[in-house]
Design a protein around this ligand. Sequence first.
Ligand code: 13P
Length: 249
Amino acid sequence: MSRKKIIAGNWKMNMTPSEAVKLVEELKPLVNNPDVDVVYCVPAIDIIPVVEAVKGSNVEVGAENVYFEEKGAFTGEISTAMLKDAGVKYVIIGHSERRDYFKEDDALLNKKVKKVIEAGLTPILCCGETLEQRETGVTMDFIRLQIKSDLVGVSADQVKNMVIAYEPIWAIGTGKTATTEQAEEVCKGIRDCIAEIYDAATAEAVRIQYGGSVNAGNAAELFAQPDIDGGLVGGASLKADFGKIVNYK
Ligand code: 13P
C-alpha cells in the first residue's frame, strides 16, 4: 500500500494576516504537486484570509492549536466548530512548543485529539524526545508513552486517517536535522507501536511525518525513507524554499 505524502508548513507565531496572504500568493506557483497533500498550518487570526487566498489551489489550511470543549466560557480559546466553519481541515496537536511553554500534557492532548476527530478534522499529532532523553537512550520509550497516552479511546479507523509528526525537540529550529537513519528509525518505531496498539492495517495506513530543520537540501532523502510520509516544516515553510520541499523529487 502506498501512502500519499503530506507536507505541512507550521508557520508558528509568524505572519500578520496581510503578510500571510502575500506569502500564499508568492508560494502559489511553487507548491503545485498533485502527488502530495500540501497544508499550511497558520496562526488563528490568519486562518480566514489564508483559506480565502488558497482557494482554487491544491493547498489545505490547518490550525496550530484548538480547545477541546464544544463552546462556552473559555476566554481566548478557539473551538473545532469555529475552525471547521472557517474552512480548516487539519489541526496540529501537541507540538513540543505547546507541551513545553504552555504545559499541555498528554491527558489534555488526548481530549484535543478526540475532539478534533469527532469534529471531522484531521489531527497532526506531534511527538518527540529531548536531547537528554536521546542521550539517555529512552527516546522510543518516551515516544511510545506519548503516542499511547494521546490515543487513549481513539479507534483504529480514526487512527488510519490521522497524521503523526515525529519532531525531535533538539532538531527544531536549530538547523540540526536528525540523520535520515535516526528519523526513519523513530518513524518506524511509531508505526510498530501503532501496529501493537491496533493492527498491521492501521499501522500501514497512518501517515507519519518527520519535522525538525527540514529544508530544500534534506527533504528528498528524508521523504524517501519507507516510514517517512512527508514533513512538518517550520522555518523553511515561510519562504520560497517550501516549494522545493513540496517538489522534493
Ligand atoms: P523547523 O523546521 O523550523 O526546525 O521547525 C520544525 C517544527 O517545529 C515544525 O512543527
